[in-house]
Design a protein around this ligand. Sequence first.
Ligand code: FE2
Ligand code: FE2
Ligand code: FE2
Length: 182
Amino acid sequence: MNAMTAENLRSAFGGESQAHMRYRIWADKAEKDGFKNVANLFRAVSYAEEVHATNHFRALKDEAGDFSVTSGAGFGLSTTSENLEAARNGELHEIEQMYPAFMAVAEKQEEKAAINSMKFAIEAEKTHAELYKKAKEAVDADKDYETEKIYVCPVCGYTVEGEAPDKCPICLVKAERFVEFK
Ligand code: FE2
Ligand code: FE2
Ligand code: FE2
C-alpha cells in the first residue's frame, strides 16, 4: 500500500477506535443522567465505530509493524447535551474534512481496499451525525431521546432508529444481519 494512504488509514483506525471508547463512556454518563435511550444510542454508534475500525484494520492487513498513530480525538466528560454536541461535531469533522481528504489521496493512489473501507465509514457517519442531532434536541428539551431501538449494520456501520431496512442502503446487507440495540 502507498505510504500516505497507509498512514491515513492508521490515523482513521485510531480515530474510530477512540470514538468507540469515547461513546461507551458517554453512554454510561447518559445513563447516570437518566437518559436511557441516549445511552442506548451512544452504545449502538460505539459499535458502528468498532465496525469502521475493524474494516480499516483489515484493509491494512499487509502492513504489519509498530507505528505511532496520530488521530484527532475529542476529550471531556461534560453534560450529556454537551457530549452529544461534541459527538456530532466529531462526526461532522469526519464527514466534511477527514474522510474526503483521505479518500482523495486513496483515489489518486488507486488504493481500492482503503477507498472501500473509508466509503462505508463516511456514509455511516452521516447517519450518526443526524441521530446525535435528534438526541441532543430531546435532551435540551429535558426529555430522553424518543427511540428505544437502534439497528446497526455489522458490515458498514450504517445506523438507523426504529427498525432495520430490508437491505442496508450503503452496503446491501440484509435486515436479519443488523445488530439490535435496545
Ligand atoms: Fe466511524
Ligand atoms: Fe460515526
Ligand atoms: Fe451496511
